[in-house]
Each structure stands twice: as C-alpha cells, then as structure tokens.
Design a protein around this ligand. Structure first.
Ligand SMILES: Cc1cc2nc3c(=O)[nH]c(=O)nc-3n(C[C@H](O)[C@H](O)[C@H](O)COP(=O)(O)OP(=O)(O)OC[C@H]3O[C@@H](n4cnc5c(N)ncnc54)[C@H](O)[C@@H]3O)c2cc1C
Ligand SMILES: *[C@@H]1O[C@H](CO)[C@@H](O)[C@H](O)[C@H]1NC(C)=O
Ligand SMILES: *[C@@H]1O[C@H](CO)[C@@H](O)[C@H](O)[C@H]1NC(C)=O
Ligand SMILES: *[C@@H]1O[C@H](CO)[C@@H](O)[C@H](O)[C@H]1NC(C)=O
Ligand SMILES: *[C@@H]1O[C@H](CO)[C@@H](O)[C@H](O)[C@H]1NC(C)=O
Ligand SMILES: CC(=O)N[C@H]1CO[C@H](CO)[C@@H](O)[C@@H]1O
Length: 531
C-alpha cells in the first residue's frame, strides 16, 4: 500500500540528512506568526488560515503524494491542500474497475472494494483522522496535512506569494504546488443537444459520478458509452458484466477499428474488442457521432454512416481537458501542443511554484516534452515536486507506468510513449491461469497495481529463456506478450500484456535508449515463456 513509500522515506540516513537540512531561516521568519497562533485558543483562529508554508492547489492524487513527501522530508511541515471537491483525497482507478465488481450492496456509500486479491480497502488514501483541521494547522505542534474541501483557488498572485479562493479569502504561501488535474471533455453535439440529452449524459471523473452512474445502470434498460479508450473500455466491461445479471444493454461506440485503437496495434485492438464483446458489450466500431437528440423518451444517437443508436443514457468518455484556469493570474505558460502548464524536468514552473499530475506538461529527459494522465505519474510527479519543494534538488526523473484492466482476466501495464501510430513489434506467448491481473495482485499482495505503491525492485538477474519468442500470427490468442513502440528505431514505449511485475526491465530498456537489432532477443528478458 501507499504506506510503504513513507517507510522508505524515513530511512535513518535521510533523517540525519534532514536534521542538517531543515530550512532554518525559513522556520525562523515564520516563527512569530506561528507563536501567535500557538497562543490563541482554537476557536479564535480563522477557519481558513491566513498563511500556509506549503500550499497545494487541488485535492487529488498528485497533491496527496506531494503532501506525503513534504512531510517525510520535513517532519514538522504544515501542508494545506485546497480542493474544490467535497471529498478527502482518494484514488480514481477503482471508480471504473473494482467498485463495479463489489458484491456489497452499500458500495456507493462505503467506497470500499475487494481488490482482485480478495482483501478490502477504501479508495481514500487516508481516513479523516490522518488530517488536521485547516483551522488548527498553524498551531498543531508537529505540523500536519489539512484539507480545505469545497473551496476553489481562483487567483494566484505570484509576486505577493498568495492565492485567492472563490469565497474571496486569501492565503499566503512559501511554496505552492498546482495539481489541478483535468475536467472530462464532452462532445459538441451533446452540448448542443439540449437539456434532456444533457440530463442523460455522464462525464465520469469523480466519486459522485460513480454514485450516479451506478444507480442509473440499475434503473435504465440501455447505456451507451462513447469512447474507446481506457475509461470507456473499462466502464463498458464493468457494466457489460452486470448486463448478464439484469436486462441492461451496454453499447460502446467509437471511431477506431477496435478498443484502445489509439494505443494498441490494430491486431491486438481487434482482439481486445472480441474480449470486450464477450464481457457482454455491444461494441460498434468505426462509429462517428453526428447528431444526438431526445425523442419519445429515448436518446437518439445518429452516426455519420447512417447507423442509429437508441438508448437511455450516455457516458461520454472522450478525453480530458487539463485545468489551466490559473495560468493567466499566475503568469504560467500553457503548452500549445499537449495542453497543461509547462514545467521543467524538476516540475518547477517558476520560483516557488511547481506543477504535478495530469495538469503538468513536463520535460521528460528521455522522451521529450509530454503530458501524462495516469495515476502512477500523479504519484511520482507529486512526490518529486514535494521533494523539490523541500529543497531536495532531485537530479533524476523516474519514468512512470500505467495500467488498465478489462475485468479481472485481461490487463496490461505500459511505460513510455505508447501510441499506435508508431511502428510496433509484438512478441507473444500462450497465457496460463497465472497471467491475469487477479493473479498478479495475489502474488504481489497489493491491491492497486501502481508500481510506485508496490515498490517493485529491478531484478538484475533475468534469465533468458530457451524457447524463442515469436511474432504474432493471424487468428492467434494473444494470451500474453510484450509490445515495443519505436521512434527512430529506438524503443520509446513498452506494453506488458498480461505480463506482470516486470516493469523495472521495461524501464531500463527505455532509459538506455539504445537501438536494438533484434527485439525478439530483448523480449527474452521478460521471460514470457517461463512456466
Ligand atoms: C475513473 C478513472 C479511472 C482511472 N484509472 C486509471 C488507471 O487504471 N490507471 C492509471 O494510471 N490512471 C487512471 N486514471 C487516471 C488517474 O486517476 C489520474 O491521472 C490522476 O487522478 C491524476 O491526478 P491529479 O492529482 O493530477 O489530478 P486529479 O486527481 O484530477 O486531482 C485534481 C483535483 O484538483 C481539483 N481542482 C482543480 N482545480 C482546482 C482549483 N482551482 N482549486 C481547488 N481545487 C481544484 C479537482 O477538482 C480535483 O479534485 C483514471 C482516472 C479516472 C477518472
Ligand atoms: C447496508 O446499509 C444498510 C443501512 O445503512 C444496513 O442496514 C445494511 O446492513 C448494510 N448492508 C451491508 C451488507 O453491509
Ligand atoms: C439533431 O439534433 C437536434 C437536437 O439535438 C435535433 O433538433 C435535430 O432534429 C437533429 N437532426 C437530425 C437530422 O436528426
Ligand atoms: C480489424 O478489424 C477491422 C474490422 O473492424 C478490419 O477491417 C481489419 O482488417 C482488422 N485488422 C486486423 C489487423 O486484423
Ligand atoms: C454471461 O452469461 C453467459 C450465459 O449465461 C455466460 O456464458 C458468460 O460467460 C457470462 N459472461 C460473463 C462475463 O459473466
Ligand atoms: C533540481 C531543481 O530544480 N531544484 C530546484 C528545487 O527548488 C529550488 C527552489 O526552492 C530551486 O532553487 C532548485 O533549483
């Protein structure tokens, strides 16, 4: 679990280092304010503190990871997270996966899920008792992390080192992290279609979206998911499985030839669509939405090629728009190609301001400028920003990974640039019962497959296998395998398809950035033919 990360950060060596490093001058200059706060009774303190040494904008995964790493390196740190959501920080991946497979009828209240390994946990990173109240933050003895929920930062004054909230209150800071994530996009044809259609459309991102879609999926006869990427495909599988037990019809439509067609090479994308179909989803490929309207109690979706879909509810899973509203007031640059705030390799946008997670367009020292919308990247970049905010001067960049599961039986992990428009080389083997996301988490003992949370360690002893891996053949069962993505003959991305816990090997290949004459040889490193 996430706790493991903290444990590592508190090594004796680091503590020693910290003792010498605790920024003395910085403590000193805030001392008077802190002393004053210490003396006042709690209820005399303002509900919203006037100052926070560490101010984190956004209450998502990246902010939480930063808070944790700040506290690990600066044990007395006072960290204030401002979130416009009403919930304490939580992880989003289970919202489209495990929570749907729960047999607890109260799952929308408990938000607890059985991990594939059978153990239960909450989607919240920490229980409420972990946090201190914003009011008490200035004076709790050893500092802490406070979350101001339901408040939005609307203005950043970088010269004055302060922010303004939507209720007009102001908070000054010493260091500030912008981790505002993104907002789901919608289709223009839906936005134009009027209230009746919009009432029947879900844009899926938050806890409340899970709660509402879960309820809707039990009430209506037909749900249509627009979008063939991770989110759309995961939700389609989750609801498709339910359609077996009820009369719910689940339709998924997207312009590509197969599920995850923008990521997977066509043969594998096609194969995945067969799997999704077996999960109970009516997948309509090469489908471009032309018009949406509400007629006779149904949402009517007209496609460019003349096909018509009648349904009760739409889920639009058509991408994310990074939240960059603070760019103007903060004088931050928004990247014109990738979107998001432009930051350097250390995630710093300007003096005292860092950006992490989905909202950051960062310079990847191996792969160039990128923006990554994945959980593990939010964890790793949030942690790195937090470390640098405490003065760590981290000179390295850790390549993050991501994963997707289509039900408990098909899953993959990926690293680097995985874009189906790049040339790919795939090497496959027959899968066994051990090669499922379920088995992988059973083996690793962790529920969520984020690598930074499982602390996988690079194995230096990889035994090459005797059996030669081979390239895919027509009509093949793509049980498990490795797919390499190439740019100028160099591997820039790797997907491990139903191959788990080998990410450190993939990371090393990307990091080395060498040309490989024979990728079959490289594939042997992953040992996909063992057992
Ligand atoms: C359903 C779902 C499933 C996913 N599954 C996977 C998966 O399997 N694997 C994977 O790698 N990734 C997955 N992701 C992506 C992953 O969850 C995101 O990449 C991650 O949440 C990004 O973290 P973040 O902190 O950058 O942004 P967020 O988690 O979006 O957090 C940003 C927060 O900031 C708040 N905010 C924005 N602006 C302001 C402001 N001005 N003031 C105050 N608060 C503000 C937002 O409301 C939000 O709460 C999934 C995402 C979703 C929605
Ligand atoms: C679900 O919640 C209801 C009411 O809160 C409670 O009575 C019931 O026991 C719960 N069911 C389970 C399986 O926990
Ligand atoms: C397109 O949708 C709009 C509203 O959503 C509707 O008024 C119009 O009749 C539709 N056009 C066609 C050709 O279906
Ligand atoms: C994938 O499926 C489409 C039909 O949806 C077909 O036209 C195409 O040839 C298939 N591609 C491969 C590589 O099998
Ligand atoms: C759905 O039900 C059918 C028959 O009832 C069964 O063959 C199939 O395996 C089920 N699918 C899932 C995903 O449970
Ligand atoms: C490596 C790096 O960019 N380090 C930066 C971390 O933050 C401080 C400011 O607090 C910068 O001075 C460092 O350059």
């Amino acid at each position: 679990t996430l706790l493991a990360v903290t444990r590592i950060d508190f090594s004796p060596l680091l503590l020693l280092h910290l003792l010498s490093l605790v920024s003395f001058s910085f403590l000193h200059c805030k001392a008077s304010a802190v002393t004053a706060a210490m003396e006042a009774p709690v209820d005399a303190l303002p509900e919203i503190p006037a100052h926070a040494p560490y101010l984190l904008i956004g209450g998502g995964t990246a902010s939480f990871a930063a808070a944790r790493s700040i506290r690990a390196r600066d044990p007395g740190a006072r960290v204030l997270i401002v979130s416009d959501e009403s919930d304490l920080p939580y992880m989003r991946p289970p919202l489209s996966k495990e929570l749907w497979f729960s047999d607890d009828p109260n799952v929308t209240d408990t938000l607890r899920f059985k991990q594939w390994n059978g153990k239960e946990r909450s989607i919240y990173f920490q229980p409420p008792s972990f946090y201190v109240s914003p009011q008490e933050l200035p004076r709790v003895e050893n500092g802490g992390v406070a979350v101001l929920t339901g408040k939005k930062v609307v203005h950043v004054d970088v010269r004055g080192n302060k922010v303004r909230l939507n209720d007009d209150s102001e908070i000054s800071y010493d260091k500030c992290l912008v981790a505002t994530g993104g907002t789901p996009r919608n289709l223009q044809v839906i936005e134009r279609a009027g209230e009746e259609v919009q009432k029947r459309t879900t844009l899926f991102r938050k806890i409340e979206d899970f709660r509402s879609l879960e309820k809707i999926s039990r009430e209506v006869k037909s749900v249509t998911i627009i979008g063939g990427g991770f989110l759309g495909s995961e939700l389609a599988c989750a609801m498709g499985r339910r359609s077996n037990e009820s009369s719910l019809e689940v339709i998924q439509i997207f312009p590509e030839k197969g599920n995850m067609g923008k990521v997977l090479p066509e043969y594998l994308s096609n194969w995945t669509t067969e799997k999704v179909t077996k999960e109970g989803v009516n997948v309509m490929t090469e489908a471009v939405v032309k018009n949406v309207s509400y007629q006779d109690g149904k949402v009517v979706i007209k496609l460019k090629d003349g096909r018509v879909v009648k349904t009760d509810h739409i889920v639009a899973a058509v991408g994310l728009e990074p939240n960059v509203e603070l760019a103007k007031s903060a004088g931050l640059e928004v990247d014109s190609d990738f979107g998001g705030y432009r930051v350097n390799a250390e995630l710093q946008a300007r003096a005292n301001i860092w950006v992490a997670g989905d909202a950051a367009c960062f310079y990847d020292i191996r792969l160039g400028r990128r923006r990554v919308e994945h959980h593990d990247h939010a964890v790793v970049s949030g942690r790195l920003a937090g470390e640098n905010m405490t003065g760590a001067n981290k000179p390295y960049w850790h390549q993050s990974m991501f994963w997707s599961d289509l039900g408990p039986d098909v899953g993959y992990e990926a690293i680097g640039i995985v874009d189906s428009s790049l040339p790919t080389v795939g090497v496959f083997a027959k899968a066994t019962a051990k090669d499922t996301p379920k088995a992988a988490t059973e083996q690793s003992g962790t529920g969520i497959r984020s690598e930074s949370e499982t602390e996988a360690v690079a194995s230096s002893e990889v035994t090459p296998v005797a059996a030669a891996p081979r390239e895919p053949q027509q009509g093949e069962e793509y049980g498990k395998g490795v797919i390499f993505y190439l740019r100028d003959k160099v591997v820039v991305g790797i997907i491990l398809w139903n191959v788990f816990n080998r990410m450190p090997i993939a990371r090393k290949i990307i990091k080395d950035g060498e040309e490989h004459a024979d990728l079959n040889e490289v594939a042997k490193l992953f040992n996909i033919h063992e057992d």
